[in-house]
Design a protein around this ligand. Sequence first.
Ligand SMILES: [Zn+2]
Length: 88
Amino acid sequence: MKQVQVYVLDLTKIGGRGDFLCPRCGNVISPDDCSEKAYSILVAKVSKQGLEHVMIRCNKCGSELHLTGFSLLQELGASFYPFKGDRK
Ligand SMILES: [Zn+2]
């Protein structure tokens, strides 16, 4: 069974325009990049408040990056984060 590295990134600590580096391989992940060459979006949950939960995969090293720091998660705190959520 292939081990998948999972990282949780807090967007409120990244700042800037939303670009960030993959914690494992340094691949640049940019929200403006829609080509899916650098990353693929696995899960994107949207609630009434807006974007709530996004999970992406780095296409360079295969790590999964869970993005937090959207408004709702910020209020509920990180402990809420559904780590073993609805994954296939
Ligand atoms: Zn990576």
